[in-house]
Ligand binder design. Structure first.
Ligand SMILES: C[S@@+](CC[C@H](N)C(=O)[O-])C[C@H]1O[C@@H](n2cnc3c(N)ncnc32)[C@H](O)[C@@H]1O
Length: 324
């Protein structure tokens, strides 16, 4: 590892600046699934860390798949293996790949049926989804619910409330995004409802795994954001095994707002390179009158770091790294 990047303290870690996708093309290529914790705004900062010649892009905590889609649009991997432990979300991904037109139609019907009483329709669709698990209904519920955050009660029923201030992505834009995601992945993707370890064990040294688990720092013991929280010791053991197998991977995990860290850094024994992604101003801090930037941690595995060095892609170009 090169000297400047061996820093372990989060405050001293090199920072990467995201280029915010403001143009229309980026809008159309954005992921169709609205999802709290999406890496959409950080994808442009992570892409320079992906070496050429990736055989399969593994994303075992796929969520809305912001990175997988960015990688697919960039042509940076030949094939994709995506997974998530949230079964209905995986069914939604399968529908994007198999039947995007039907999905776009269901979404448009629900979206237009919202008037005159969007809340009543949301509650009706939510009740129906809890019975039939229809992917189109989940797409609509995620677009319309508070913070686009999946929440389930103990009985496994989706129980997030509607966001009363907005109606969700317009149907025409949703259709474009569904079509774009379908075209990017169809014929070269496998999608699984499973625990991340199942997929991580399949990764070979020709592949790359991007791991974006639920945040430890904000989740505590019980993670309400996602169906299940992260068992950190088990995750660290899985990364250690991946290192033994020379697997190239990236991990997004926790970070800090101003000088307040959330979550512990991953242990130095894993030999990871710790970077920080500038994720913008914290809205909560702004509300409290503090002007603080949020940084998300990104860890580069030893095998990936080695690959980037070999390909002359490390240190990162000055345009990507903001070490100020
Ligand atoms: C932070 S989100 C991923 C966000 C994603 N990168 C995106 O851009 O939308 C974490 C995801 O991990 C899933 N998850 C939680 N525990 C899991 C596990 N043990 N195995 C696989 N997926 C899991 C959650 O359902 C959630 O979709």
């Amino acid at each position: 590892m090169t000297e400047p990047f061996l820093l372990t303290a989060p405050q001293a870690a090199p920072r990467l600046a995201a280029r915010h996708p403001a143009d229309r093309r980026a809008e159309l290529h954005a992921q169709p699934i609205a999802y709290q914790g999406s890496k959409r705004r950080l994808a442009s900062a992570i892409l320079p860390l992906i070496p050429g010649g990736i055989r399969t892009w593994y994303e075992p905590f796929v969520g809305s798949g912001a990175l997988a889609l960015a990688v697919a649009h960039q042509g940076a991997a030949q094939k994709f293996t995506l997974g998530d432990s949230l079964f209905p979300l995986v069914q939604l991904w399968q529908a994007i790949v198999d039947a995007p037109d039907a999905l776009a139609q269901t979404y448009a019907q629900l979206w237009h049926a919202q008037q005159p009483d969007p809340t009543a329709l949301f509650l009706k669709v939510r009740a129906e989804f809890n019975l039939d698990q229809d992917p189109g209904k989940l797409l609509y519920l995620l677009a319309r619910c508070v913070k686009n955050a999946v929440r389930f009660n103990r009985a496994g029923a989706f129980n997030q409330a509607p966001d009363r201030r907005r109606l969700g992505t317009r149907p025409e834009l949703m259709r474009s995004r569904l079509t774009s995601a379908h075209q990017a992945l169809a014929g070269r993707v496998a999608i699984h409802a499973c625990d991340y370890e199942v997929l991580l064990q399949q990764v070979t040294p020709e592949d790359l795994a991007y791991l974006d688990p639920p945040y430890v720092g904000v989740s505590g013991k019980v993670n309400q954001r996602y169906q299940q929280g992260l068992d950190l010791p088990r995750f660290i053991a899985a990364l250690s095994l991946a290192n033994e197998r020379q697997i190239r991977y990236l991990v997004s995990l926790d970070g800090r707002t101003g000088s307040r860290s959330y979550g512990q850094p991953l242990p130095a024994s894993l030999g990871l390179v710790h970077l920080e992604l500038a994720a913008g101003r914290s809205s909560q801090a702004t509300l409290l009158g503090r002007n603080e930037e949020t940084f998300e941690s990104l860890y580069v595995s030893p095998a990936l770091h080695h690959s980037l060095l070999q390909q002359g892609r490390w240190p990162l170009p000055a345009s990507a790294a903001d070490t100020g």
